[in-house]
Design a protein around this ligand. Sequence first.
Ligand SMILES: [Cu+2]
Length: 158
Amino acid sequence: MNMHMRAIMGCIILGISLMISACGGNTSAPTARGSVVFEIGSDGDTLTFKPNALNVSAGQQVTIVVKDNSSSLQHNWVLIRGGANVAQKIATAGLTAGADKNYLLNDPANIIANSPLLSAGQTADVTFTAPEAGTYIFICTVPVHFPQMQGVLTVSEH
Ligand SMILES: [Cu+2]
């Protein structure tokens, strides 16, 4: 191997080690995003979520502890991919689905996460990975609760 070849080999080895260290940096990124827990509930007997605005980072593992704080109403919590038109569509489909199906039709393209149907005093955990940056509407699909009962999850770049 002449001097010229050794110089080329040296460059290749240096290049590979730089690539390996760059990959190592990337694998630690998901851990840095971490996880977050929020509590959200109906505001007493009103058709309101409290809080009705949440902020997370893209890729974060999010757990929403959903509580029905009413004295007699049923509620659910449904996070939607899409705008007001999609929310309206899912709420309307929920009327058809009925209480046995949590007032939801299966629609994984438009429903990111949802709680089960809760009765007064019940609580449920909903865990999901925060989607790409943007704003996402969450609603309750129990009849007549939408459009009043809704809020916004804002996802920022991590
Ligand atoms: Cu409700």
